[in-house]
Design a protein around this ligand. Structure first.
Ligand code: CMC
Length: 422
């Protein structure tokens, strides 16, 4: 293949270089398009054909159903790694040695105290507030308590800001849930592992000793690994664009949380569970809901199905489906909505509408069933996704700042009125 692409506009021919990724993906480098053509741009709503950056963090092949973090397959990582090890891998590029991991964890713990005044902000929210709105606000508020902007040219300053957010974020997650439940807010226990500490902060009753459940700890660890990064998705692109204006890490992540909240993105895990519950209450007639999903006059979509990039099985969904069976069996829970989910999947995989559009279950289809079995309230599901995605957001923000990427500022094709006299 030639290493140039040719474009003809108005009888004039232009050449643009091709850029190749390490997995042989090809992109046309149009950085010079406007200047050489005298103002022509590209139009691509939803960025369906646009690579916004070159990135060395996550590789995704939607046609083959492949997902790798820093070269390691998601299947291997879910089976063999710990969440904190994956956090290190994503942010620093390699799996940590035992010693590196211990130092990293100790540094995170040393920064895990959240200023007590944050509780005053939390007090001001009504109990009806959605946890994602609260979490986004509290993350943004962290900037007020850590006002110094990070010197991105200093590896030490970057490291400090990274461990700070990793230490404080689980506290904000737990506080967001507990405040809504009217329970006292705890500071966690630095003798515990990262995930176990989070679970204790979330679930310890004030009048009972906390008893860790290894099944729940392992299942949550795995779920967080599966959510940890997904290249340039909506929330990650948001984090990179906000950070490209040189806004700080906490502010960029707060924006990412807002982007994740929507039901077409991370909010789908809550929407899936509500949908499955509604089908159950309606008598379990999956065919009726399949018909609604296919009706172009009905806004209903089969939540947890379809993906912008995967046109094959989402590899994360395969792993989560098996985990859902295992976790429910281990915990001795029988949940009728797991059967409804499996029936919907079976019908969709044989249905022309879904087959032609290559719509498969995505990461959100079965995850809510596991969260529910763990005792996590449904409106906290997307918050758990945010906690899992945190390392991805950090790694992508860090990569973008280290590479000195320019401010993200797309163009438009103006379709409004021509000049009018006032
Ligand atoms: N149910 C029914 N029809 C669907 C669905 C669905 N879940 N998803 C896509 N379609 C149809 C859509 O109506 C369109 O049909 P037509 O060509 O006849 O107009 C076609 O499939 C292509 O859909 P699209 O909306 O153009 O595709 P997209 O790449 O812009 O959207 C998506 C991807 C994930 C937003 C979409 O599939 C969707 O809304 N799914 C349900 C929400 C969901 O589960 N989101 C979680 C995504 S994975 C985790 C994450 O990103 O956080």
């Amino acid at each position: 293949m030639s290493n140039k692409a040719k474009l003809t506009v108005g009888g004039k021919e232009y050449e643009f270089p091709l850029v190749k990724g390490s997995e042989e993906e090809v992109a046309i480098d149009i950085k010079s398009l406007r200047s050489v053509t005298g103002g022509i741009t590209t139009l691509d709503p939803g960025f369906k054909n646009t690579s916004s950056c070159e990135s060395a963090i996550t590789f995704l092949d939607g046609e083959k159903g492949i997902l790798r973090y820093r070269g390691y397959s998601i299947e291997d990582l879910a089976e063999k790694a710990s969440f904190l090890g994956v956090v290190y891998l994503l942010i620093f590029g390699d799996l940590p040695t035992e010693e590196q991991l211990a130092v990293f964890h100790a540094d995170i713990k040393s920064k895990s105290v959240v200023d007590d005044d944050i509780k005053k902000i939390l007090d001001a929210f009504p109990k009806s507030a959605h946890p994602m709105g609260v979490l986004s606000s509290l993350t943004s508020a962290l900037t007020a308590f850590n006002p110094a902007s990070v010197d991105v040219s200093s590896a030490e300053a970057m490291y400090n800001t990274v461990v700070k957010i990793l230490g404080k974020f689980p506290v904000l997650v737990a506080w967001t849930m507990r405040k809504k439940q009217g329970l006292p807010l705890d500071y966690g226990d630095n003798t515990l592992g990262y995930v176990e500490n989070l679970l204790k902060m979330m679930f310890k009753q004030p009048n009972e000793e906390y008893v860790p459940n290894p099944i729940v700890i392992n299942a949550l660890d795995k779920l967080l690994i599966l959510h940890a990064d997904h290249e340039q998705n909506c929330s990650t692109s948001t984090v990179r664009v906000v950070g490209s204006s040189h806004a700080g890490l906490f502010a960029s992540i707060s924006a990412g949380i807002s982007a994740l909240w929507g039901p077409l993105h991370g909010g789908a895990n809550q929407a899936v569970l509500e949908m499955l519950e509604a089908i159950r209450e309606d008598g379990g007639d999956t065919k009726k809901y399949m018909a609604k999903a296919k009706d172009s006059n009905d806004p209903f979509r089969l939540m947890g199905f379809g993906h912008r990039v995967y046109k094959n099985f989402d590899p994360r969904a395969r792993i989560i489906k098996v985990a859902a069976d295992e976790v429910l069996a281990d915990l001795g829970i029988e949940d009728p909505i797991l059967d409804i989910a499996k029936a919907l999947e079976q019908e969709a995989l044989q249905d022309d509408y879904f087959v032609q559009r290559k719509l498969y279950p995505n990461v959100d289809f079965y995850s809510g069933i596991i969260y529910r079995a763990m005792g996590i309230p449904v409106d906290m599901f997307t918050v758990m996704f945010a906690l899992g995605r945190l390392p991805g957001w950090i790694a992508q923000w860090k990569e973008m700042r280290n590479k000195k990427e320019p401010i993200g500022r797309p163009r438009q094709v103006y379709t409004g009125s021509n000049q009018r006299s006032f």
